[in-house]
Structures are given as C-alpha cells and as structure tokens.
Design a protein around this ligand. Structure first.
Ligand code: HEC
Ligand code: HEC
Ligand code: HEC
Ligand code: HEC
Ligand code: HEC
Length: 444
C-alpha cells in the first residue's frame, strides 16, 4: 500500500515543495496540519486510509467483476474507437476523450453558415487533441479517481438532455425518468444528420419531406438536387436513441398516430441493458440480447421471455411492416434498399428475410482500407462516380439504370433505416415504429 499512500498524500496536497526559482529562498511558511497516514483522519484536512477507500472499488466483486463483464461489451471489443481516432467529427461518439469533452463543454450541435463558402458547417466536433481514446470505464464514469471513494462512480459523464445532432440541435431528447440516465447512452446512440450535401450543406428538412410526399426529392436530370443518393446515404447506426424517444423519423400523415410506448417514459436504457447478467448479456456487457431480467423487474412484466406472445407478436408485426415497406421502395421494379447476407458486415442481417442492411442498392466499387469494397454489386448507377475508380468501373457505372426519388420514397428510406437499425423490431418503441412504417407504406 506504500505507493497508494503516496498518491493520496500528493492528492491531499500535504507535501511541502521547495521553491526551485532563482533568488534567495524565502522564510519557511507555517506548516500545514498533517493528516494521519494509514488510518482515516478526523477532519477534512486529514489523510484517508487508502485501503479503506480504494477497496470500496478495487475488490473482486466490484471493479474486477465489472471489468470482466465489460470484455463482453462491444464498447470494449469493437474496433470503431481505434479506426475513427483522429477524426474530429466522428470522435464525439467514438472516442472517450472527445465524449468527455463535448459533455463537459456542452458543445452545440448547431450548423453554422460559412459566409465564404456559403455552406453550412457542423459545429459538433472536438479539437484534434481530444479525438482519441477507447471507450472505457472513465468514458461514462468521468469522476473516477477524484475523491478516491466509491462516490466517484457517479455522477455519470452526461445526464443532460440531448440536443440532437441530426437536426442541428433544433430538437432535444429529454427523458427525465431515472435522473435522465438514458441521456448517457443517447448522446452517442443517436442518428447522424442527413445533409443537403449537394446544396447548402444544412440538415435536411424532414417536415418539408413529410408534408409534400408527391414532391420530387432527387431527379437525375436536375442540377439543383439537395443531395445525390449514394450507397451510404443513411442516418448512421445509432437510431435507437431517437426511436426510443419517439423522434427522428419522417412523420407522414396516415392512419396511425405518432405516440410512444410506455418504455420511453417509464424505463431507461440501463433497465433493460444493464440488468443482472444472463449468459453473456446484461450488466456491463450492455447488450440486451437474450436477457429478460430487466423486463421482469420492478413489477413491469411477469414471465416475459422469448416465447411470450408480447415479444413474438410485436416483433413479427414490425418485421412484416419493414418487409412490406422495402417491397414498396423500388424504382422500375428494382429494390432501392440494399441486401447483404454477410452477418458480420450487416449487423441487421437476421432481422428481415431479405437481409436488408439499411444502405442503398447503388453501385460503389471503392476499396476500403480493410480490403472490402463498398458495394460492387449495387444495381443503380452511382450519381457521384469517384475519380479513384478505374476507367472500366466508370464505364460500367454508366450502363446501370438511374435512380430517382420522390419525397415519399426518400422519407420511406429514412424511416426504413430508423426502424431496422433500432435492432429490437419494435421493443424499444412499438407505437412510434409502427406509425413510421405504416404511414410510409400508405404514402407509396
Ligand atoms: C470509484 C471506484 C474507484 C475507487 C474508489 C478507486 N478506483 Fe482505482 N480504478 C477504478 C476503475 C474503474 C479503474 C479502471 C479499471 C479498468 O480499466 O479495468 C481503476 C484503475 C486504477 C489503477 C490502474 C491504472 C489506471 O488508472 O487505470 C490504479 C493504479 C488505481 N485504480 C488506483 C487506485 C487507488 C490507489 C485508489 C484509492 C486511493 C483507487 N484506485 C480508488 C475505480 C476506482
Ligand atoms: C461514448 C459514446 C457511447 C456511449 C456513452 C454509449 N455507447 Fe453504446 N456504443 C457506442 C459505440 C461507438 C458502439 C459501437 C462500438 C464499435 O463497434 O466499436 C456502441 C455499441 C453498443 C452496443 C452493441 C451494439 C451492437 O452492434 O451489437 C450496445 C448494446 C450499446 N452500445 C449500448 C449502450 C448503452 C445501453 C449505453 C448507456 C448505458 C451506451 N451504449 C453508451 C457508443 C456509446
Ligand atoms: C452522433 C454519434 C456518432 C457520430 C458523430 C458518429 N458515429 Fe459511428 N456510430 C455511432 C454509434 C452509437 C454506433 C454503434 C451503434 C450500434 O451498433 O448500435 C456507431 C457505429 C459505427 C460503425 C460500425 C461499427 C460496427 O460495430 O460495425 C462505424 C464504422 C462508424 N460508426 C463510423 C463512423 C464514422 C466514420 C463517423 C464520422 C464520419 C462516425 N461513425 C460518427 C455513433 C456515432
Ligand atoms: C457506457 C457507459 C459505462 C461504461 C463504459 C462503464 N460503466 Fe460502470 N456503470 C454505468 C452505469 C450507467 C451504471 C449504473 C448501472 C445501473 O444503474 O444499474 C454503472 C455502474 C457501475 C458500478 C456499480 C455497480 C454495478 O455493477 O452496477 C460499477 C462498480 C462500475 N459501473 C464500474 C465500471 C467499470 C470498472 C468500468 C470499466 C471496466 C465501467 N463501469 C464502465 C455505465 C458505464
Ligand atoms: C424495454 C427494454 C429496452 C429499453 C428500455 C432499451 N432497450 Fe435496447 N434493446 C432491447 C431489446 C429487447 C433489444 C433486442 C435484443 C435482441 O436482439 O434480442 C435491444 C437492442 C438494442 C441494441 C442492439 C443489440 C444489443 O446488443 O442489445 C442497442 C445498441 C440498444 N438496444 C440500445 C439501447 C439504448 C441506447 C437504449 C436507451 C435509449 C435502449 N436500448 C433502451 C430492449 C430495450
């Protein structure tokens, strides 16, 4: 424990340091009150027994146990933090230091017009010297090793309401139940903005799309399109937070009203994702797959299991709606939504019979650094061929059929992505998923 005691002594400021600047050394000041090392002192200036406070956490059944669970978490074994390190736009959700930075500084999610380029710029970024760090204990428990007591597990890094990046901060997710603890997760698990990348760069106006379903969103012969669709025209991976809060879709009018299920106002992400472990799910694995302990706690459900009709019926209905919507999303009979049977690359492969991944069925032969190609089997012509393609690839692209999109189709694509990529087939927020999917189908 000697080393630990030394750390404490520094932390408590009990060491008197000699002046190292040039010139005569001044008279020694009055000595401070020394704490008692090794046992707890009796007043605020006294030292604390390292054994007593460190071991509140550094024990087999606390940090060691949690760290073991954490190895089962994709936060730990996933590779995104390593791959996106250094990217100041991706970092707020992928890098530990960046997440702590945007949380501590309340970095705005606004878009600002750059008057030189006349393009909007996304303000939700971090300085380059903060764009690193694997997701680890201190990402969420940012006060660790502050007082060196168990109280450092809280507060969490963020429990403040989340001004959504997808809308340039115009809408905020505010789930106040359980002291806002869902906001810890939602600040990362939220969609990314779809922007007018071929226009002024601002976030897309979902209300405009929803209120004019027959309007043209993308016309391959026009020069004033807001964006040119590509294989990766998508809302990113974190649609859960938005769906859960009952926000984030293109809300077409239709036969189903936009409401939210009880989950979004009564439960928190932690209730279902960090309940006592079953197999490799629960606790600090953060996954809900196959763990019903959270469902059956706190008097919420009794006997909920994978065979319960509440579970199977909900999921079957949302799966059916996803499949119907994908079937309606076509141009000249060709599917707009991409299929990818590779369950390693496609995180949602098991959710629909056609194994949609939420990307678009557009040709894209660019080689990724890891040796895979983006979408060499895409059927639609890519409106933005890259200069890095070979002459053959460019020529082949021109032989492919062109895609065009109405607002109803664009909104349907967004809603399909949102409802596929929330993973749970309606468990997160059945009412909201059903309204988005059913009303989109009615507009097509
Ligand atoms: C609030 C709980 C908590 C308390 C109290 C606590 N620690 Fe830790 N400590 C942690 C966590 C969590 C980690 C990271 C463990 C991991 O990554 O597996 C850690 C890691 C460490 C490490 C490894 C290096 C590092 O920083 O990651 C050392 C050394 C350490 N703690 C020393 C101490 C000492 C000494 C005390 C008491 C003076 C103490 N800790 C009190 C939670 C705590
Ligand atoms: C700092 C941002 C951040 C926070 C905070 C965060 N997550 Fe994540 N989460 C991620 C990222 C990024 C991934 C994917 C990591 C990868 O693939 O390398 C992920 C992955 C996951 C996965 C695995 C998904 C899969 O593909 O199988 C689950 C489940 C999850 N998070 C749940 C949660 C829950 C619950 C919370 C809150 C208690 C939370 N996360 C907090 C960023 C975050
Ligand atoms: C608003 C937060 C946010 C931002 C910004 C963000 N991501 Fe993500 N990203 C996530 C979350 C959350 C996940 C994991 C979601 C899940 O699996 O449920 C994820 C997943 C991923 C994955 C898939 C990892 C896997 O498990 O297969 C890749 C790749 C990725 N992001 C790349 C990027 C890149 C590149 C950028 C910047 C251009 C970026 N992300 C910006 C939140 C974000
Ligand atoms: C993605 C966010 C996140 C990460 C990463 C994270 N924790 Fe936690 N941790 C939480 C939340 C949220 C709770 C509260 C759980 C609850 O309310 O049930 C918690 C609770 C705890 C507790 C209290 C006891 C328990 O099991 O609930 C300990 C101890 C703990 N964390 C240690 C760690 C350690 C050690 C690591 C790294 C190996 C870690 N945490 C990583 C979010 C996180
Ligand atoms: C009512 C319970 C419940 C709540 C609350 C909940 N989830 Fe889930 N979540 C689930 C279920 C069930 C699945 C699907 C698990 C499966 O595939 O079997 C899931 C799946 C996921 C997944 C991907 C698969 C995995 O590894 O679990 C992520 C990521 C996720 N949820 C994040 C969140 C976030 C973030 C929140 C809070 C905004 C949240 N969830 C709230 C029940 C819940």
């Amino acid at each position: 424990m000697k080393k630990l005691l030394f750390i404490i002594a520094i932390g408590a400021g009990l060491l008197i340091t000699a002046c190292t600047k040039e010139g005569p050394i001044g008279p020694q000041g009055p000595a401070g009150t020394n704490g008692t090392n090794g046992t707890n002192g009796t007043n605020g200036n006294d030292g604390v027994d390292a054994n007593a406070t460190c071991t509140q956490c550094h024990a087999k059944d606390v940090v060691e146990l949690v760290a073991t669970q954490y190895e089962l978490s994709k936060h730990s074994y996933g590779e995104a933090a390593f791959e996106e390190a250094g990217n100041t736009t991706c970092a707020p959700c992928h890098e530990s230091e960046a997440y702590k930075y945007v949380s501590a500084n309340n970095t705005p999610t606004t878009f600002t017009l750059n008057t030189t380029t006349n393009k909007y710029v996304n303000d939700y970024t971090v300085p380059a010297d903060k764009a690193y760090g694997e997701i680890t204990c201190s990402t969420c428990h940012s006060s660790l090793h502050t007082t060196y007591t168990i109280a450092d597990l809280k507060p969490f890094t963020n429990t403040a309401a989340v001004a959504m990046t997808m809308w340039g901060g115009a809408k905020t997710i505010n789930l106040t139940q359980k002291e806002g603890e869902s906001h810890l997760c939602i600040k990362c698990h939220q969609p990314r903005p779809l922007t007018a990348s071929a226009g002024n760069g601002n976030v897309l106006d979902y209300n405009g799309i929803a209120s004019n379903p027959t309007g043209i969103f993308y016309d391959p012969t026009s020069t004033t399109n807001l964006l040119k669709p590509g294989y990766r025209t998508h809302v990113h991976y974190g649609s859960v937070g938005a769906i859960y809060a009952g926000m984030g879709g293109v809300e077409f009018s239709g036969s189903v009203a936009y409401t939210s299920s009880t989950h979004s106002t009564s439960a928190s992400c932690q209730d279902c994702h960090m309940s006592p472990m079953t197999g490799k799910a629960g606790g600090h694995s953060f996954t809900a797959k196959g763990n019903f302990n959270g469902c059956n706690a706190d008097g919420c459900h009794t006997g909920m299991a994978g065979s319960s009709s509440g579970w199977t019926n909900t999921r079957a209905e949302i799966k059916g709606l996803l499949e119907t919507l994908a079937g309606k999303l076509n141009v000249g009979g060709i599917d707009i939504m991409n299929r990818n049977p590779d369950a390693e690359a496609n995180l949602w492969a098991s959710l629909t019979a056609n194994k949609y991944d939420g990307y678009l069925n557009i040709y894209d032969p660019i080689n990724n650094p890891n040796g895979t190609a983006n979408n060499p089997t895409g059927i639609f012509q890519n409106p933005s061929p890259s200069s890095s393609w070979s002459a053959d690839q460019k020529a082949f692209n021109l032989t492919l059929p062109k895609i065009s999109l109405t607002n109803a189709q664009m909104g349907g694509i967004i809603n399909f992505q949102m409802c596929l990529r929330e993973y749970s087939l309606g468990i997160h927020n059945y009412n909201y998923s059903k309204a988005l999917l059913q009303n989109s189908i009615e507009k097509l």
